[in-house]
Design a binder for this molecule. Structure first.
Ligand code: AMP
Ligand code: MG
Length: 320
């Protein structure tokens, strides 16, 4: 009987050790990778035995999406649309048509605050170059005449884009990172990871349960970029959701003592002058959240909140 007791105790101790070892082994399986795509830093982190292969598969897809949509590359489908003549039907990937369709919906609902056809104006603002200067007012006025979604015809069945005037151009910079985050999440799910988180320049999407928290939820700190102490504006608790932030501090320059940032008000062609530093949208759909974050930044708190609610999304304005 005594021997039996010792055997049971030994088994219990062994089970305990095995359990702890298993837990540690699981905790150790973490893989993270960062690359510069979409003109920003893109980071993907996954947990579990398939983490590495899953993250690598995600980056293959991100590179493909970037190549297809990069407005600065002559080979991209966006450049093909932008250089096409009036009436020319340009064939695009179904996903490009999907992004344009969602962008059009948010364009209509935001009364034009989100406008991918603003490209002739965004092209004048040389954010990211060495010594940027604000463009001439007359050049902005002229470029504004080339904008407006009525110049673009999207055929969603045949996946073609046709322009009504040759000078019309599009720029998916305000939407494509959200689409890419959605795709990253889809791929991570197929690899059956033990949780993963994707951050494409502030377009965050969480997949599965967070293995590092007891409730399995993800906690995302929203930066307060101009705070001297580097504190967070808020910490958002997310399940399998996306949190997309559009802020003045992501791409900007100072000129003549004034800060010029990359979120433009389509009504005037200048950076939207707002009292907050950023807008965060929390939604299941990162593509929609990306379009909304940019739109709601332009619209201001009252109208922006109304728009986010219309789409069933949560909205957070963060002070400077
Ligand atoms: P995001 O980082 O998603 O806020 O998008 C900002 C990017 O979208 C800019 O760098 C521009 O390429 C483009 N953009 C700027 N203003 C707008 C706007 N009002 N509507 C749509 N795209 C915009
Ligand atoms: Mg956006």
């Amino acid at each position: 009987m005594k021997k039996f007791g010792i055997a049971v105790s030994a088994l219990l101790v062994l089970t305990l050790f095995f359990g702890m070892w298993l837990k540690d082994a699981r905790r150790l399986k973490e893989y993270s990778k960062t690359e510069f795509l979409f003109d920003t830093e893109c980071r993907v982190k996954a947990y579990g035995k398939n983490a590495e292969v899953a993250v690598d598969a995600v980056f293959d897809e991100l590179a493909q999406i970037h190549k297809t949509t990069d407005v600065y590359s002559d080979d991209s489908q966006i450049s093909k649309i932008n250089s096409a003549s009036a009436g020319e039907r340009v064939k695009v990937e179904p996903f490009v048509a999907e992004i344009i369709a969602v962008a059009y919906d948010v364009y209509l609902e935001s009364d034009g605050a989100f406008d991918i056809t603003l490209a002739p104006v965004t092209a004048l603002w040389n954010f990211g170059t060495e010594n940027p200067e604000p463009p001439e007012g007359a050049a902005i006025e002229k470029a504004l005449c080339e904008t407006g979604f009525d110049n673009i015809v999207l055929d969603r069945e045949n996946f073609t884009v046709t322009k009504k005037r040759a000078s019309a151009k599009i720029d998916l910079g305000g939407a494509v990172k959200g689409y890419a985050a959605n795709r990253a999440a889809e791929i991570l799910r197929t690899f059956d990871t033990d949780g993963a988180v994707v951050d494409l320049g502030g377009n965050i999407i969480c997949v599965g349960k967070n293995p590092n928290t007891s409730d399995g939820l993800w906690r995302i700190g929203i930066q307060k970029p101009f705070s001297p102490t580097g504190e967070y504006g808020s910490v958002e608790v997310l399940s399998e959701e996306a949190a997309v932030t559009s802020g003045t501090y992501q791409r900007c320059f100072e000129y003549g003592g004034k800060l010029y940032h990359h979120i433009l008000d389509p009504k005037c062609g200048y950076p939207a002058q707002r009292e907050y530093a950023s807008v965060t949208i929390v939604s299941d759909d990162a593509l929609l959240a990306d379009c909304l974050a940019t739109a709601c930044f332009v619209l201001g708190e009252e109208e922006g909140t109304r728009l986010a609610e219309k789409y069933g999304a949560r909205i957070i304005y963060t002070a400077k």
